[in-house]
Ligand binder design. Sequence first.
Ligand code: SF4
Length: 471
Amino acid sequence: MKPGPKRCYIPGMTDDTHKPAQNTVKKLHMQTWGCQMNVYDSQRMSDVLAPLGYGLTDDAAEADLVILNTCHIREKAAEKLYSELGRLKEHQQNKAKNGGRMMLAVAGCVAQAEGEEIIRRAPNVDLVFGPQTYHQLPEMVGRAMRESGVVNTDFPAESKFDFLPEEQAVTGRSAFVSVQEGCDKFCTFCVVPYTRGAEVSRPVQPVLDEVTRLLDKGVIEINLLGQNVNAYHGTSATGEVWSLARLIEAIAKDSRVKRIRYTTSHPRDMQDDLIMAHRDIPALMPYLHLPVQSGSNPILAAMNRKHTREDYLRLIEKLRTAKPDLALSGDFIVGFPGEREEDFQQTLDLIMQAGYASAFSFAYSARPGTPASGLGQQIAPEVKEERLRRLQELVWRQQRHFNQSKVGSTLSVLLEKEGRKPGQLIGKSPWLQSVVVEAPVSLIGQLVEARIDAAYDNSLMGTLCSAIQAA
Ligand code: SF4
């Protein structure tokens, strides 16, 4: 039996915290740092808070509640947080002078990692909570109204997804759906297994129901999210375990779905059925973000990546055999502890062999508490920077070449927003390239065909051919 609509019920929540005061519209300002998973989480937090009367505002100064949804992946994540908290303190004080109150909450992976320390260093923070507890926001906000410095970095036994409201705010024709969270891989440089917890897949039916609700609201592009999304193994209503490929196949059956994407994948979890899904399912976009991090086997072993460069290259070959126009993007860390020049050369060599349409690359920086942070043989900053520059030059050349290869072809483009110049719209190609075309604003949200006239480092310029999907 299909379960009925779920109320956002939190054990221990009083009715007072759930109901907005009569006629009160409270303002919520959110800042989201980091990955698409954080973007999804922020959207869901605002869904959870909507029944309490909170509506979004871009202006922090007028907010009744500010949530900073943080990311721990980048360097100096905590410093960035404390500097933003300092800036917001002024707004809090101004609001207090006028008899109001601005509550300040820190969410996400920095909140999970730092916990009480945030309250100690920034006593103007009212609430700190991790990525697994935001379904409890109504109760937590209620508590933070009465008590100072509420911290909730638990990993609750219940899944937050069972408590999130069905109603979802949708902007545009593209939407995220979180299908998997957490990670059990424990790469030695990464904080995710500690901040997001163990790998968990959502059951199949709630995911399909969420997709259907999004399609009902006009969404045509579904982005499936997970820290290890291709490790998805959700249980169906009949008790079967579904792979990501099977889930994608089921989603693609609805003709309203024009595009499906998924991110982020791990090479070890790239199974044959998912490779074949790229060949067989037209709605599955020919673009794959498949991080490898290094091209050197000793470094991959030190990173605990559980695959070799040969495994990765074999995988790419299989993928390209199944889907010849598949474009790759990747993540690279240069200057991992112990990385010699010959290890780095192996990474450049792998990039040459694999060929990327785009890539994210970073100089290694230690994350407190991760095994790699305690390793000897840390690489000098100037060596890391020099290697990063060389790697990025190579990837830029590949990206330019990839963009150039589209000139003269006709591509489908999902138009998303107005461009910088009047009369221009910007959309996305199947390979996630930004495409600029001259088109009326009424076509925002439409899937159109555009002939590509020119290619630049970060975008393509095209001419509109026809709208291929009506609103
Ligand atoms: S697989 Fe990804 S999320 Fe998991 S530990 Fe490694 S880098 Fe982090």
